[in-house]
Structures are given as structure tokens and as C-alpha cells.
Design a protein around this ligand. Structure first.
Ligand SMILES: Cc1cc2nc3c(=O)[nH]c(=O)nc-3n(C[C@H](O)[C@H](O)[C@H](O)COP(=O)(O)OP(=O)(O)OC[C@H]3O[C@@H](n4cnc5c(N)ncnc54)[C@H](O)[C@@H]3O)c2cc1C
Length: 378
């Protein structure tokens, strides 16, 4: 099926940034035509909650940022469960296809495009069989799969590769579900770029006290799938060849890589992420980027919830302002605020909190780009 429609604003990526962009655009330009496309099969949800609620489990809509009906009530077209696979920046068109079967493809025309495509988990090179069975906790679907896998086993043994905040949270949750948990890290202590040594040593002690084994092996790690009839068929080996552990479930929490595929299709300037200016324009003035997929001047990529929301708000408002002031559509000239130009994104003070086994750790340090990079490198 092919369909061609014109939208004032199309927002791609249904996360914190995309959701904030859609809401801000609607508030700013009440008559603009807006389309919201996201590849996950549901409206945006509070992604930060899922790694903290594996043990308790959660309902489908428990962490939703908006009721699905909100979009219809506010005259916003949605395509949840559709991935954008083609963009023509000259013709101002994009195509999105249904997931996972790719049976329906739709092409639309946009006047302003907002990219909020977020980030994807970093995975190491893996044998194909292991790639298919290893898990992460970046989205609800994979997190639910992880929970089901662990609860289906009588004596689950899990390895979590990565001892950043996500590895620690997932480790705590799986341990509460009854799994034997191994966390494999590479620095001196968990959350190393964010905590000082005293706090890092303390959080390690809390994990060990609660039965979690922490390994700091020689890198790089090697993964292999042994006899599948084995109860724990996944073998993890250190760089010196010694065995670290054998497990039935492998979870990667090694950091995130900004998703730039759509930006590359659109011919935008990318580095570590999609390069934007202070007003969140990409190298194409009709396309904005925000959230985890955006690289700000000085090379900063934020990777934090509140920053993604704030950027989404500004990108949505700026796109709506630009559409409303450019003329030629029903929305032209109709602005709900006294904004006289596009707005600048200002950095928020950095802070990170981590609560495990009823202990609360808090960081207000800003990691150096090199330290951040090390965290992302397998
Ligand atoms: C488990 C977890 C816990 C976290 N905990 C915290 C925390 O406690 N505090 C904190 O500050 N931050 C936390 N973070 C980070 C925070 O969640 C992110 O910074 C934030 O979600 C980024 O929002 P975003 O909208 O930019 O991207 P995302 O949330 O990644 O959303 C992007 C969306 O775009 C979709 N998409 C990508 N490409 C396409 C395409 N081609 N077509 C259609 N859709 C596409 C993706 O499927 C995804 O749904 C956590 C992250 C995770 C994964």
C-alpha cells in the first residue's frame, strides 16, 4: 500500500524527546498537521522505569507518557509500530514500514522534520547463535523477554556485561527475581565515570553483600555457546583465556550508541551523533534533532532523560514556530505564544541517581568525554 500525505511536522522516534516534541508542537501551533512515527508497538513510555521494575513486572500501559487516545483528541496522526526506512531531504518525503513483517509502507511529505531516534544498546561482536539469544534492557519488549526467560528457569544464572548504572540496576532486579547474578565490569568499581572511589567501593560492597558476584577480568572478553543441552551453555572467557563464568542468560549493559540511520539517509552531518546547533537544527535547516540521537556543539551527547525531554520540547516548539511563520499552510500565522524566534537549548546541570538494595547513590559530576567514550567502547 502506498499513500502520500502532506504534514506540517513529522516527528520520528517515540521516546522522551519525540513525545515532548509532539506535545510542544501541538501547544505552539494548534492547527498544524502533525504525524508521530515510532517503531516500538506502543506510545512513548518512561524508559527509565523498565530496568527498575523487572522483578515486580509491569502492565502494558503502566509507564505510558500519554494515553493513546490523547493523540486522536489532539488531532495528531500516529504510526506506532512503524520504522522510517527512507528519507528524501530534497523532496521532503519519508517512508515508514510496519514492524516486524514490513507489510505496509507509507510515504508522506513533511515541511519540518524532527528526528528523535534515540540510541541503541552497544553489543560486542558475537557468534550468530549468541547474538540471537543475548538480551538487553533498552526497551520494554526485550525487558519483558528477559523477565520471562529468567522466571521460566528453575535456577537461572545470568551474566551482565557492563557495570554502569544499567548493569547494576538490572543485576539487582534479576537477583531479586531469584537469579544467580554475575556482573562483569572493566574499570575499578561500578559506575566509575560518575562515582568517586569511596562511593564506587561502597556500591560494589552492597552488590556483593546481596549475593552478586563482580568480575573484573582481563579484556577483551570472549563468548561461546557450548552444547545447548547443557544447563548453562554460554561460556564467557577473559582475554587471558581463563573462564569467568558459565550462564544460561547473557545480558549486555555496555552503553548506548546514538541512532543516526535516518539522519544518514537524509544526508545530514553526523559525528558521534546527529550534529545540531544551539536551536537544534541539523545541517539541513528544515530538520531538527533532539535527545540521545543529537550531538551538540563541543561534541556533547546527553544520554539523560530530562535532557531528552527538554530538547524535544525545544525542537517541537521551534519546528512549529518555523512552520507557523513560513506561510502557505492552514497553520500559518497561528501561534499560541509570543515567541519571536527559535529558542536555544541550554544544558541542564548533570545529575544521576542509582538506587539498589535500598541504598541510594547520587552523582552530580559531569563525566569527561574520554571517560564517557571508554564506557561506550566494548
Ligand atoms: C533501561 C534504561 C534506564 C534508564 N535510566 C535512566 C535514569 O534513571 N535517568 C536518566 O536520566 N536516564 C536514564 N536512561 C536514559 C534515558 O532513558 C534516555 O536518555 C532517554 O530515554 C532518551 O530519550 P530519546 O527520546 O532521545 O530516545 P529513546 O528513548 O531511545 O527513544 C527513541 C525512539 O526512537 C525509535 N526509533 C529509532 N529509530 C527509528 C526509526 N528509524 N523509525 C521509527 N522509530 C525509530 C526507537 O525505537 C525509540 O523508541 C535510561 C535508559 C534506559 C535504556
Amino acid at each position: 500500500m502506498e499513500d502520500t500525505n502532506l504534514y506540517d511536522i513529522v516527528v520520528v522516534g517515540c521516546g522522551a524527546a519525540g513525545s515532548a516534541a509532539v506535545e510542544a508542537a501541538r501547544m505552539q501551533a494548534p492547527e498544524a498537521s502533525i504525524l508521530f512515527v515510532g517503531e516500538e508497538d506502543r506510545p512513548a513510555y518512561k524508559r527509565t522505569k523498565i530496568s527498575k521494575a523487572i522483578a515486580s513486572g509491569f502492565e502494558r500501559t503502566e509507564f505510558s507518557l500519554q494515553e493513546e487516545s490523547w493523540y486522536a483528541i489532539n488531532n495528531i496522526d500516529t504510526a506506532f509500530g512503524f520504522r522510517v526506512t527512507a528519507v528524501d531531504a530534497d523532496a521532503h518525503t519519508l517512508t515508514f514500514v510496519s514492524q516486524p513483517e514490513e507489510r505496509i509502507a507509507t510515504t508522506v511529505t513533511w515541511r519540518k522534520l524532527v528526528l528523535a531516534t534515540g540510541a541503541a544498546p552497544v553489543l560486542p561482536p558475537l557468534p550468530q547463535a549468541l547474538r540471537l539469544t543475548s538480551l538487553h534492557s533498552h526497551d520494554i519488549a526485550r525487558t519483558e523477554e528477559l523477565r520471562s526467560r529468567v522466571t521460566a528457569l528453575s535456577e537461572p544464572v545470568v551474566a551482565i556485561v557492563g557495570d554502569g548504572i544499567l548493569g547494576v540496576e538490572v543485576g539487582e532486579q534479576l537477583s531479586k527475581l531469584g537469579a544467580t547474578v554475575h556482573i562483569i565490569g572493566k574499570g575499578q568499581y561500578p559506575l566509575e565515570p560518575y562515582l568517586n572511589e569511596a562511593a564506587g567501593t561502597e556500591i560494589a560492597a552492597v552488590l556483593v553483600h546481596n549475593g552478586i558476584t563482580i568480575h573484573r577480568p582481563v579484556q577483551p572478553l570472549r563468548y561461546s555457546l557450548q552444547d545447548q543441552r547443557d544447563k548453562r551453555p554460554i561460556r564467557i572467557e577473559a582475554g587471558d583465556g581463563s573462564e569467568i563464568c558459565r550462564v544460561d542468560t547473557l545480558v549486555f549493559c555496555m552503553g548506548f550508541r546514538p541512532r543516526t540511520e535516518v539522519a544518514v539517509l537524509a544526508g545530514l552531518d553526523t559525528g558521534a551523533a546527529i550534529r545540531v546547533d544551539g536551536q537544534l537544527h541539523t545541517s539541513n535547516p528544515d530538520i531538527y534533532a533532539c535527545g540521545d540521537c543529537a550531538e551538540h556543539p563541543a561534541g556533547r551527547v546527553t544520554h539523560l532523560w530530562r535532557d531528552a525531554q527538554r530538547q524535544g520540547e525545544i525542537a517541537g516548539r521551534n519546528a512549529a514556530w518555523a512552520v507557523a511563520t513560513m506561510g502557505g499552510t492552514p497553520s500559518s500565522g497561528r501561534l499560541e505564544s509570543d515567541q519571536t524566534s527559535e529558542q536555544e537549548y541550554m544544558y541542564q546541570p548533570f545529575r544521576l541517581k542509582c538506587e539498589v538494595f535500598d541504598r541510594y547513590f547520587f552523582s552530580i559530576c559531569r563525566p569527561a568525554p574520554a571517560a564517557k567514550q571508554a564506557e561506550l567502547t566494548p
